[in-house]
Design a protein around this ligand. Structure first.
Ligand code: SAH
Ligand code: TRP
Length: 399
């Protein structure tokens, strides 16, 4: 699941990009719907478009032209056919494995991102608000620490940005240095990215937004990099790194390290090991939002792979795996049933009680974060937590 080879026909990033292009100060800020429409992968069959311009149209220039806002551009590495192919491959591999599993990447269509936003507001889901409080409290420390380790951060890259409510804090802190030129939100969901791009432009008209639709398991090597000696701050927040298994985490951190060298830094948000009851409540809330989010994966497969999952026949399950120190999300088949995925010509039998694994969310401590960073070429420079020690932000630099 972690091949880093770009899909055949993946668009080549524009070599120049919008770097340094002055923002159209006072120019019209595109609405979220406009940006999302540009970002949304085209359905298979339309991607070629006139003159077979699939790759070319994914480049940055024409997207900017479409809104007349030179400060927002889009690079798509997951167009309709590529997204379908990647999803098909993940689904086929996962649903024929034992135990069955599905890659969590596909939770996040427009509905999934909205449900996730609701999760972040749940009383049980302490992660988002805790991480935000750490950022609010330590953004100043972060900027001064960066000043001592890097020559000047002119780019903020955010992996799995989503609608990126927390990047506002980072953008604000970095913009105060006067050096910030570019924001690169990167996400698999074009809709969430559209909202992130719009909000960032509205708040920082002097910062160019270069949104990237892609999969961080594959496309790190295609991210824009700052011209030396300037550097990038690469933020990976929300504990999302914990959604990857250890080998995939190492692969991602290594890819980041080879893409972003000296002068750049990594800001990593990790959830910390704690009382399993609190962990489980965060992933099995009383309002049932997490359950709806988990089942949304089946809705996505129904729509995009022509599957016929009956959502009522699967129950949401969250378990704490003490040995691996992760929460595991599953969907339990409530009866013996056969599911057909017509789009990929696959038939899958579920026994009553059989569980499909959909997501892990690994929990860390300082020692494990330190070790995983060190093993992938990074050095932990600062470690911040909230007073209760629920969540941590790590600042790492090339080691
Ligand atoms: N950073 C936000 C959102 C976290 S949710 C926050 O902290 O609140 C995880 C985000 O990662 C979602 O927006 C999802 O769309 C994105 N994501 C999940 N898997 C991805 C992948 N393989 N490549 C790129 N983005 C991914
Ligand atoms: N990155 C989030 C986390 O691990 C993703 C998430 C939150 C999630 N709640 C979920 C994923 C429920 C699957 C199911 O906390």
């Amino acid at each position: 699941m972690t091949s880093r080879t770009p899909a055949p026909g993946a668009p080549t990033p524009s070599p120049t990009g919008p770097t340094g292009r002055p923002a159209a100060r006072g120019g019209r800020i595109p609405t979220p719907a406009e940006v999302a429409a540009r970002l949304r992968p085209r359905p298979a069959g339309q991607a070629g478009g006139a003159a077979g311009a699939g790759a070319a149209s994914a480049r940055t220039g024409d997207a900017s032209a479409q809104t007349g806002d030179a400060g927002v551009c889009v690079e798509r590495h997951l167009t309709g056919p590529q997204r379908s192919a990647a999803m098909a491959q993940d689904a086929r591999r996962g649903l024929t494995a034992s135990p069955k599993e599905l890659a969590p990447t596909w939770f996040y269509d427009a509905t999934g991102s909205l449900l996730f936003e609701k999760i972040t507001e749940l009383p049980e889901y302490y992660l988002t608000r805790t991480e935000r409080s750490i950022l609010e409290r330590h953004a100043g420390d972060l900027v001064s620490e960066l000043a001592s380790v890097a020559q000047g951060i002119d780019t903020l890259v955010e992996l799995g940005a989503g609608t990126s409510p927390k990047s506002r804090l980072l953008l604000g802190a970095l913009a105060d240095t006067g050096r910030l030129r570019r924001f690169v939100p990167f996400d698999v969901d074009a809709d969430a990215l559209g909202r992130a791009a719009t909000a960032a432009r509205a708040a920082h008209p002097g910062v160019t937004v270069h949104a990237v639709v892609g999969d961080f398991r594959q496309h790190i090597g295609l991210l824009p990099v700052p011209a030396a000696p300037a550097g990038a701050l690469v933020a990976f927040l929300g504990g999302t790194i914990g959604n990857l298994r250890p080998a995939a985490r190492a692969e991602l951190l290594t890819a980041l390290r080879s893409r972003f060298g000296p002068g750049s830094a990594l800001l990593l948000g990790t959830d910390l090991v704690k009382d399993p009851a609190r962990l489980l409540a965060a992933y099995d809330d009383s309002a049932g939002v997490t359950a709806a989010f988990n089942r949304n994966l089946l809705t996505v497969l129904n729509r995009e792979l022509g599957a016929d999952f009956d959502l009522r026949a699967f129950a949401h399950v969250a378990v704490w795996d003490e040995a691996n120190r992760w929460v595991e999300m599953r969907l339990r088949s409530l009866r013996q049933q056969t599911v057909r995925l017509a789009g990929i010509d696959l038939t899958v039998d579920f026994a009553e009680g059989e569980e499909l694994r959909t997501e892990i969310s690994a929990k860390f401590d300082q020692e494990t974060v330190d070790k995983e960073l060190a093993n992938t070429g990074w050095r932990l420079a600062r470690w911040w937590t909230d007073p209760a020690g629920d969540f941590a932000l790590s600042l790492a630099i090339p080691g």
